[in-house]
Design a protein around this ligand. Sequence first.
Ligand code: TXA
Ligand code: MG
Length: 313
Amino acid sequence: MARLVSFTEETTEEAAALLRAGALVSFPTETVYGLGANALDEGAVASIYAAKDRPSFNPLIVHVPDNETARRYARFSDLAERVAAALWPGPLSLVLPRTKDCPLSKLVSAGLDTVAIRVPASAPARRLLVAARVPVAGPSANKSGRLSPTEARHVADGFGDEVAMVLDGGTCVVGLESTVLDLSTETPTLLRAGGVTHEALEEVIAAPVSVAGVDDTAPKSPGMMSRHYAPRTPLRMNASEVKRGEALLGFGGNKGAVADLSPAGDLVEAAANLFRMLHEFDGEGYAGIAVAPIPESGLGRAINDRLRRAARG
Ligand code: TXA
Ligand code: MG
C-alpha cells in the first residue's frame, strides 16, 4: 500500500519537494484524486504511465495554480480567456495549443500539439501547486480502466511504493472528473462530460458546444475510450427491478436499494457519491450492480456517461 498522510502545511511541503525531485504524489482535487508528477520532467511523466498501466497514447491533464501560469504553457484565444475567467478555478480542463517552445514534457501531450490544462478549485490542490512551483501532470489516480478514486484510501489501496505519497484531503466534493473542452479548433467541442455541465459551458460561450462522438480511434478524444471506469462487477443501467444476486444502486429513493446515490434525487449529490458507492459495491461480491435510471440532464449526463462505460467494461 502507498504511504497515506493527512494534508497539512508540512506534508504539503514534503509532497512539493517529492514532485520537484521527480517522484509520484497523489493529491486531492474537487473532482477526483490525481496521480501527480512534475510536468516538466519527461521521466517523471513516463512513470505515471507505468504506474497506471495506461496505454501511452492517452494524454494527461496539466494542473497549475492560476490562469497566469496556464498562459505560460498554452495559447489562449479570446474565447479561451473568457471561458477561463468564468469557470476557473473549477472542474474544467481546456485543450489548447501548446505555446511556442512550451517546456512541458512532450509525453504529457502524447505527441499532440495541444495540452489539456486545468486550474483546480480545491484548497489542498491549490496549496500543493503553489508549493510545488512546477506544473503537475495528473491523471485520475486509478489503474487504467478502473474506477476513479474519490477518497485517499482508494488510491492507497490501488498502488504500492511506485507512488511516494498519498496526500489525504478528504472526500472529493464533485466526485466526477473534470469536463474536457477542446478550444484548439474552430468550434468548441466537449470531449468529456464532467463537473461543469454542457449547459453551463453554452451559457458562458453563448453558442452551441458540440459533443465528440464515442470513437476509440480518434486521437483527439482518447479519453472517450469506451472501456473505462469499469468496476469488476458487471453493471447495468436503467434497472427497474433487481435480478438474483444483484444489488440495486438507487436514485431518488428506490425501494430495496442497497445504497442510494441521492435519496432526494439531487444530481450534484449523486455525482459526488457515484464512484465511492461503486467502489463499495465492487468489494461486496455481488453477482451484478443494477443502477436505477438517472435523468439525462445537467450532471446526469456525466453520470450516465460513466455508467455506460462501466456497463460496457
Ligand atoms: O478531474 C480530472 O480531470 C482528473 C483530475 C486529477 O484532474 N484528471 C483526469 O485525468 O481525469 P485523466 O488522465 O484520467 O483524463 C484526462 C482526459 C482524457 O480523457 C484525455 O484523453 C483528455 O483528458 N486529454 C488530455 N489531454 C488532451 C489533449 N491534448 N487533447 C485531447 N484530450 C486530451
Ligand atoms: Mg481517468
